[in-house]
Design a protein around this ligand. Structure first.
Ligand SMILES: Nc1nc2c(ncn2[C@@H]2O[C@H](COP(=O)(O)OP(=O)(O)OP(=O)(O)O)[C@@H](O)[C@H]2O)c(=O)[nH]1
Length: 454
């Protein structure tokens, strides 16, 4: 739980940017709902009711998607309802249940179940994912705000209005809601684009959020919930730990532009593999930069893993071959090969990477078993370009996103997942050795949107 909240804290800048934007969108043209309206709208919303659905109560007659006029009485906060008392002309008549035997079940449970660890289904059983430093959430986060986002078991849109709901109504504060129309949808799209989701993904996400909800009144909390659901849906298929194979040494080629965090990530991964009982060898393949080699040696020491180096300017492919030999001799489980990231001369880099692959395949025709592309999340949309380039340079099998801490550009992960569908194996959330976490789509979605933040 501690690590989870750390992740959320560190992604705060992304969520605060989105939250500010959502606040502004809903404020503009929104109006305060009476608490009873809030409850009913929320219930209907969580049911995913289409605007063509039957009215939820005699007074709740949202007639058509295009109709921006809310049918509810505006702004006034009614006197608290007494259990069983009449609730007003435009409200569903509360059933007279003077002594309800039981309150409605679990009124403030969040809509989604806590995330389960992702499995890589097509791996043999002995292939384990990267050791997860994330604790599984021990209790689901609660959705703040007066209107619980509950879907009562087997209930209709306005079902479950017993004793408990009336209690909630009495305590609920007014909520600002805005009717979802084309203008608001456009503003949402712009906000998501500004949050680095990219145009295509932002439009798709906004459209999915709006589906069946045009003409409905939404609060900021509800929009955050819808957005988090949509982000999690997109991210779930790509949240896959790096597979570990039984055949050793497993060769992991690590690529990415200079400064993206390759060295740091190799050190963090090596440390996690070691903690999982694996023996690891690192090869310092960026032989042209002495500083890069030194950094890798420092990380090797921290992780307790040997780092093979070669004289400055020597052939990285030759070092990779020597490293293969050593890894085999040592019976190492993993060989991680760092590479240069000079995109300035792409043809040279492509040839360098291709040669490394040719040479290690002399020892193992299936190597490299993983080609990890390390991306710096703070580069925002540029990360998309880097994926395109490196997919051409090397057979990228998965991504590690670094520097998600303190960036307001976390939305780029959604664009990456939507566009490329490459597995995101891990995320870097700091500069320390244990600041590498498995990618959890639900945590990420909630941290990005600021929903259910504890
Ligand atoms: N805040 C933060 N900083 C990170 C993270 N990962 C790496 N860094 C920092 O990013 C900088 C570059 O990281 P490196 O690992 O040296 O990057 P590289 O891709 O190996 O760069 P070159 O050695 O120049 O090829 C360093 O200052 C790291 O401490 C992260 O997840 N969060």
């Amino acid at each position: 739980m501690a690590f989870l909240s750390k992740l959320k804290d560190r992604l705060f800048r992304s969520s605060s940017k989105l939250e500010e934007g959502l606040d502004a969108i809903v404020e503009e043209g929104g109006e305060q709902d009476r608490p009873t309206d809030a409850l009913e709208e929320t219930e209907a919303l969580r049911h995913g009711m289409a605007d063509t659905a039957a009215p939820t109560s005699p007074g709740d007659t949202d007639p058509a998607p295009e109709d921006p006029e809310p049918p509810h009485e505006p702004l006034s906060v009614p006197e608290p309802d007494l259990p069983g008392a009449p609730t007003g002309p435009d409200e569903a008549p509360a059933p007279a249940d003077p002594a309800p035997p039981l309150p409605d079940p679990e009124p403030d449970l969040p809509p989604a179940s806590p995330p389960q660890p992702e499995e890589t289904p097509d791996l043999p059983p002995n292939e384990i994912p990267v050791e997860s430093p994330l604790e599984a959430p021990d209790a689901p986060n609660e959705v703040p705000g007066p209107a619980p986002l509950e879907i009562p078991e087997g209930g209709g849109a306005v079902s479950g209005r017993g004793f408990f709901n009336r209690l909630l109504r009495r305590d609920a504060a007014p909520v600002v809601r805005r009717t979802l129309d084309d203008d608001m949808l456009e503003q949402l799209e712009e906000l998501l684009i500004a949050a680095d989701m990219g145009v295509d993904t932002a439009m798709r996400v906004a459209a999915n959020m709006a589906e069946g909800r045009m003409g409905r009144k939404l609060s900021v909390e509800e929009i955050k919930g819808l957005l988090a659901d949509e982000v999690a849906r997109i991210m779930e298929p790509v949240a896959r730990p790096m597979p570990l194979y039984s055949k050793t040494p497993q060769v992991v080629l690590v690529v990415g532009v200079n400064g993206s965090g390759k060295t740091t990530t190799i050190g963090k991964l090596a440390s996690q593999f070691r903690a999982a009982g694996k023996t690891v060898v690192i090869a310092a393949g960026d032989t042209f930069r002495a500083a890069a080699v030194e950094q890798l040696q420092i990380w090797g020491e921290r992780a307790g893993v040997p780092v093979l180096t070669a004289p400055e300017g020597s052939d990285p492919a030759s070092l990779a071959f020597d490293a293969m030999v050593k890894a085999e001799q040592d019976g190492a489980d993993l060989l991680m090969i760092d590479t240069a990231g000079r995109l300035q001369n792409r043809a040279d880099l492509m040839e360098e990477l291709a040669k490394i692959v040719r040479v290690i395949r002399k020892k193992d025709p299936e190597a490299p078993h993983n080609t990890l592309l390390v991306l710096d999340a703070t580069t925002g949309q540029n990360a998309l370009l880097q994926v395109e380039i490196f997919k051409k340079l090397a057979d990228v099998s998965g991504l590690v996103m670094t520097k998600l801490d303190g960036t307001a550009k976390g939305g780029v992960l959604v664009a990456l997942a939507d566009k490329f569908g490459l597995p995101i194996h891990a995320i870097g959330v700091g500069e320390q050795i244990d600041d590498l976490a498995p990618f959890d789509p639900r945590d990420f979605a909630e941290a990005l949107t600021g929903s259910a933040r504890s």
